[in-house]
Design a protein around this ligand. Structure first.
Ligand SMILES: C[S@@+](CC[C@H](N)C(=O)[O-])C[C@H]1O[C@@H](n2cnc3c(N)ncnc32)[C@H](O)[C@@H]1O
Length: 300
């Protein structure tokens, strides 16, 4: 028997809180389920007390960062037999068009693609990235606009690849391009490998848990859909990976944090702001498109 741990939240914060729980709470590292205004995962009854305390700490930290949440939002729910919880989240994930060309197709559903479509067959497993989250869609929308303008990068770096959704989209937009994708979560690596193979783009994508500080080369396009505080902490390892004149798409950022984050990145490197975009799906989320504007000089 498994017991539910339930975090009540607004629909707009559910994916962000889910991502934080996966990172911060050991019992959630195997994955969480989003049910509109709840984030749910399961623990064995004997682990419940310690897990509730870990979740409370995580929610307290997020509340201090300005998120509309707090330790009072977590509760212990009912139990569920093994087979019921394992695949429960699948009923919330269906074929979805995310851009003019990108259509996400759960690997257990059928879809008859139109000629212009670039379908992404996806089984995120326990990794983040069904494409339902505004932060993912913001990056895909920017990539679609770049592809529509005739832009073709030789290489793309996808930092925090999750299910591999952005790396696979890059492979589909630009079939000649090589993609380096990394994530600190080994579950993301197995999900990305499987999804890349299901989309027949595994030869284009190099995926690993390589620490950002050890990633080699410079990339004309970097995709980084991570939360603002993580991006801040990675700036000195991230900017040297951006090629001269290269484009950097930052997402996973709450609207109130976007301008301070852009200012911070521009103060740390030789960058110019191309655009800030607010999500049409959910105005709480924003992304930024920055461009390296000459000789890159990263502050020590
Ligand atoms: C918000 S998810 C984005 C997933 C996917 N790229 C998307 O757009 O849907 C962020 C991912 O970044 C990963 N991550 C967090 N910190 C990281 C770090 N320091 N280096 C690499 N990946 C990291 C997490 O494990 C998670 O899979």
């Amino acid at each position: 028997m498994w017991m539910e741990v339930v975090v009540a939240c607004s629909v707009s914060l559910a994916e962000g809180i889910a991502a934080e729980l996966v990172l911060e709470v050991s019992a959630a590292s195997g994955g969480v389920q989003i049910r509109k205004n709840q984030v749910v995962f399961w623990v064995q009854p004997e682990d419940m007390a310690a897990t509730l305390s870990e979740v409370e700490n995580c929610l307290t930290k997020l509340a201090a960062l300005g998120w509309d949440t707090g330790p009072e939002r977590v509760s212990a729910g009912s139990g569920a037999p093994e087979e019921e919880w394992r695949d429960a989240w699948k009923k919330y994930f269906h074929v979805t068009r995310l851009t003019r060309q990108i259509v996400v197709v759960p690997s257990w559903e059928e879809y008859e693609a139109m000629a212009v479509d670039l379908p992404i067959h996806l089984d995120p497993g326990q990794a983040f990235g069904t494409g339902a989250h505004a932060s993912t869609q913001l990056v895909l929308t920017s990539m679609q606009a770049m592809a529509d303008s005739g832009y073709v990068p030789e290489m793309v770096f996808d930092l925090g690849t999750g299910s591999g959704i952005l790396a696979i989209a890059a492979a589909k937009f630009w079939p000649q391009c090589t993609i380096v994708a990394t994530d600190i979560d080994p579950l993301s690596i197995s999900a990305t490998l499987e999804n890349a193979a299901n989309n027949k783009v595994e030869e284009q994508i190099e995926v690993s848990t390589t620490d950002l500080s050890l990633v080699e080369g410079q990339f004309p396009l970097i995709l980084a859909n991570l939360q603002a505080h993580i991006l801040r902490g990675l700036v000195h390892d991230l900017l040297p990976r951006l090629a001269a004149g290269g484009d950097l798409l930052l997402s996973g950022i709450l609207h109130a944090q976007i301008q301070p984050l852009v200012d911070f990145f521009c103060s740390e490197g030789n960058l110019e702001l191309v655009s800030i975009t607010n999500s049409e799906l959910n105005p709480d989320w924003s992304s930024a498109h920055l461009r390296e504007s000459g000789q890159l000089q990263v502050a020590e």
